[in-house]
Write a protein that binds this ligand. Sequence first.
Ligand SMILES: Cc1cc2nc3c(=O)[nH]c(=O)nc-3n(C[C@H](O)[C@H](O)[C@H](O)COP(=O)(O)O)c2cc1C
Length: 339
Amino acid sequence: MTRNGSPGDAARRFSVAPMMDWTDRHCRFFHRLLTRRALIYTEMITTAAIVHGDRARLLGYDQTEHPVALQLGGCEPRALADCARIGADLGYDEINLNVGCPSDRVQEGRFGACLMAEPALVGDCVAAMKAKVAIPVTVKCRIGIDEQDPEHSLEVFATAVEQAHVDALIVHARKAWLKGLSPRENRDVPPLDYDRVFRLKAAHPKLQVVLNGGVPSVEQAASFLGRVDGVMMGRAAYQEPWRLMAVDPLIFGDAPSFAQAKAAVQAYGPYIQRELAHGTRLASITRHMLGLFRGVPGARAFRRVLATEAVKPGAGVEVLTEALAQVVDSGTDLAHIAA
Ligand SMILES: Cc1cc2nc3c(=O)[nH]c(=O)nc-3n(C[C@H](O)[C@H](O)[C@H](O)COP(=O)(O)O)c2cc1C
């Protein structure tokens, strides 16, 4: 538990990572159908976008998404504090600061992963946000950047944010190389070092530490829980969302929300109808479920129907019904999950 002992602490045992262009509100609503308990994150939203942009579009979310964390990108304590306050007033359950993204655009703004080199500034950012909100303020970082020695860089960084009373530190367990690797390569090429994260937790027992990076399954996530306080899953959760159906039973000891993935899709129907009525394109919603049946007979046909039909102008919920009809009812979705 963190100092606050907030409700988010338990949810942080398993979270779905913030992913730009992926974890939009349609995706989050869908993931919430698959797991009631996991903490889910928005895409990164910059302070500049919140200050100058269309707030309702950027920050709007559905009440069923709770617990949901807002991830901010920025490096200016006052702007971050103001945006954290806006997020808290909208009812978000946690504010998270991105110190892991290595894209050029983010580097130009002097935030994201390059802040690993400025622990004191990140400490100031956390302190400023915490002064403005009562909800947890967390940071997502790397183990180091460029030539930094992760043994030293992560220790200095964690100490700075812990002194600022951060509520949790989520560590993507690999370095980021700011020059020479694309953001995508930076998610695969630098080697994973889980032991560095386990040592961080051992050295900072009061700091809530969440491990991220390359976790392939919920079973694997569960196996890490003795050594860290939580696990964050990104690509495996997005690309094969059926995995999320195992989160409530395996991580939280709860019954799954649905025994079968098909039932979860059917439960998504009213939301989709509502969105279509407001002018959302079907494909903007269904693109997040393409991997739902991976490994199940009919999965390819499901994907193909959605990929070809849902993009057509005027496509309605009947396209989803047709796609679902391609999937063979095995009655063994949960066995598939446990495999
Ligand atoms: C498409 C995509 C977009 C991402 N966008 C963000 C982001 O907005 N903020 C962030 O902190 N990390 C972002 N990440 C990194 C993930 O949050 C996560 O740290 C990374 O993918 C490693 O976890 P995984 O191996 O479980 O996917 C993104 C990753 C992907 C694949």
